[in-house]
Design a protein around this ligand. Sequence first.
Ligand SMILES: *[C@@H]1O[C@H](CO)[C@@H](O)[C@H](O)[C@H]1NC(C)=O
Ligand SMILES: *[C@@H]1O[C@H](CO)[C@@H](O)[C@H](O)[C@H]1NC(C)=O
Ligand SMILES: *[C@@H]1O[C@H](CO)[C@@H](O)[C@H](O)[C@H]1NC(C)=O
Ligand SMILES: *[C@@H]1O[C@H](CO)[C@@H](O)[C@H](O)[C@H]1NC(C)=O
Ligand SMILES: *[C@@H]1O[C@H](CO)[C@@H](O)[C@H](O)[C@H]1NC(C)=O
Length: 769
Amino acid sequence: MEAFNLPPLLLSFFLFSLLQTSTIAANKSYIVYLGSHSHGLNPSTVDLQLTTQTHYNLLGSVLGSYEAAKEAIFYSYNRHINAFAAVLDQKVVEDIAKYPDVVSVYENKELKLHTTRSWNFLGVENNGGIPSDSLWKLSRFGESTIIGNLDSGVWPESKSFSDEGYGPIPTRWKGSCEGGSNFRCNRKLIGARYFNKGYASNVGPLNSSYETARDDDGHGTHTLSTAGGNFVQGVSMFGNGYGTAKGGSPKARVAAYRVCWPDVGNGGCFMADILAGFEAAISDGVDVLSISLGGGAIEFSEDLLAIMSYHAVKNGITVVCSAGNSGPFAGTVSNVAPWMITVGASTVDRLFTSHVVLGDKRHFKGKSLSSKLLLAKKFYPLIRALDAKFNNVSDNDAILCRQGSLDPKKVKGKIVVCLRGDNARIEKGYVVAQAGAVGMILANDKENGDAFEADAHLLPTSHISYTDGESVYQYIRSTKTPIAYVTQVTELGIKPAPIMASFSSRGPNTIEPSILKPDITAPGVNIIAAFSEATSITGLPYDKRRVQFTELSGTSMSCPHISGIVGLLKTLHPKWSPAAIRSAIMTTAGTEANDLNPILTSEKEKANPLAYGAGHVQPNKAANPGLVYDLSTQDYLNFLCARGYNKAQMKLFTNDTSFVCSKSFKVIDLNYPSISIYNLKSEVVNIKRRVKNVGSPGTYVAKVESPSGVSISVAPSTLKFTKTGEEKNFKVVLRRVQSNQTEEHVFGKLVWSHGKHRVSSPIFVTLKI
Ligand SMILES: *[C@@H]1O[C@H](CO)[C@@H](O)[C@H](O)[C@H]1NC(C)=O
Ligand SMILES: *[C@@H]1O[C@H](CO)[C@@H](O)[C@H](O)[C@H]1NC(C)=O
Ligand SMILES: *[C@@H]1O[C@H](CO)[C@@H](O)[C@H](O)[C@H]1NC(C)=O
Ligand SMILES: *[C@@H]1O[C@H](CO)[C@@H](O)[C@H](O)[C@H]1NC(C)=O
Ligand SMILES: *[C@@H]1O[C@H](CO)[C@@H](O)[C@H](O)[C@H]1NC(C)=O
């Protein structure tokens, strides 16, 4: 990933805001958590008001007046959690934290959207990545599901949210359309709300342009349409990759909760707003919450996103989160709570390729996604940027095609060769185009080697490797009249695919090593979906292109693929718990690419469950998994107890003060569809699991692929189910075997099979070496 230089205006704004925060000791905003409610699941208006009163009273007693408290509190969370958000000074925070009713005080932290914003155009999803198959038919395209998205809002006029052919809004929907002025919902986009007070508490007062759920970034429109966008025919990028765009659950209803705002520091999505979005979405009645944002992994009791997700799951909502874009380094995965579905990102089988053809007939394969109408098979004069510079600029500035470095007289009508480095790749194209060039060859610098990108360039471009770039330079030196052309093609059926995206955050789970994260991987590289028409594809000020669909990459893009698939499963199996749905998705995932070899990393090494969890999602198989590893909220509470949570920490999750932790419950016994054992020494480790039959009667047989250096047995090794819904327990025994093992991380698999059902769980063991 390459950093884009901030334009001067933005830079000074950024510096100014930095100065502001460092010179004035402004009050910060906090979330004061008071444990749970005494009121039930369907509180009356009076109940809610009473809870808010207690917030004013409590803070009032510290500040000295009820009115001051009312002034300071900008959110009173009175429905699913009992908390409030307020602007407070440090002294007040210290005082309030001492109150017995206060469980915890959190800073109103900022989270980031999980998009890479890399503008790569390597391939396309949606136009064939999810085939029109039986799960779609069985689940009637997810028609009974309501998918909510916590993101940057939505572009309501996008064709992806057309409600043509939709029946009335389900009567169970309790949400509403409060997207601000000029914002209309319909029978497809059934709800919209925005939450900006947590943002305002950090950046200062907001004008009316912030009173909207309308997406001016594009991210929220993209993710929501990936999860539940309607069919839109004839979508392409500059004529490339023509096809029909659609979300995972094309017939689901969708609702947008805007919690992200223009990034002024570290992300733009403030926790206080996220909590408000959750409270609303749970009450409104969404079935699935898609959350393509996050911070670093932190302890669950410190992680309001995890706490709030728990409350959503308790209400039967499946919460799907992105794993983060901090890969490929170990231990970078975020959103690691066991009640979330955590999604990594991988490629699809389509590439946008561009070829450079030189006058001497040599050609080189590069990448780009720019218009293909120009340059096709007609030679143009070719010039090095160095030979096209103004006399007043340095060689280095010219080679890199910096602003103001190229002389239009020398460039006009030619293809210019620029070197990668320092300034943004798309900016180079802008500079070249401004000077009148017809095309660009972007040659990698040595450092980037053959890691080239396909960007949304402003003119026909091919980004080629360092060695190919050297050949182009050598050719130019070898002839008086260098010529070339650039073509653009869409390659389909690329093998192998999927490949793990390099940026996709990896395990191990640094908070709870007994829970393998991420859970699953899904397409997240070069995904085409709906976009906001309020901004350009690249977001750069000189990019005037407005599009209805564009490509983005990130775990932000893979997360809503899973949300869409959850939507299908929810329609097909309305009674399944969030854990059962996750289990179905995980135990049926694939670990082979389309060339039948193991899934690889982008470094061409064999990928493992730390990258992809259970594997790559296979939606059709998830429809009928045979067995599921189910979990109740009780199990999660026992898990938290087993992690050593005290009474106060438990209050973050349950209002039931009489809840008694199961003494015998061990963290490794949480009935998760994967197995992760940390620091296996010489002892024997016994773990418990429980499977529920959701298919026809039958006898399942266990088969284990043991990780090297570990012996694994399963007891009993056959499970006979006579009816649907029946549950059976089994034990997995892991033993370190003597070996010259030097690897720390080892992997295996447990598979229960019966007929065509294969219920597969990844096994990950960290060996103490
Ligand atoms: C911080 O808040 C207190 C009230 O809690 C107020 O008296 C004070 O003026 C505020 N300080 C700033 C810098 O806003
Ligand atoms: C806890 O909340 C539930 C519903 O959310 C309610 O029915 C119950 O009465 C509450 N329990 C206590 C001890 O407040
Ligand atoms: C609101 O503020 C933003 C920046 O803070 C500014 O760009 C915009 O023009 C303002 N809009 C209105 C309607 O005042
Ligand atoms: C160099 O000179 C040209 C015209 O002579 C001018 O347009 C350009 O801005 C100058 N570049 C720099 C970096 O001073
Ligand atoms: C471990 O020992 C086996 C058999 O002695 C040998 O083939 C293998 O290469 C050794 N592995 C390592 C990592 O030393």
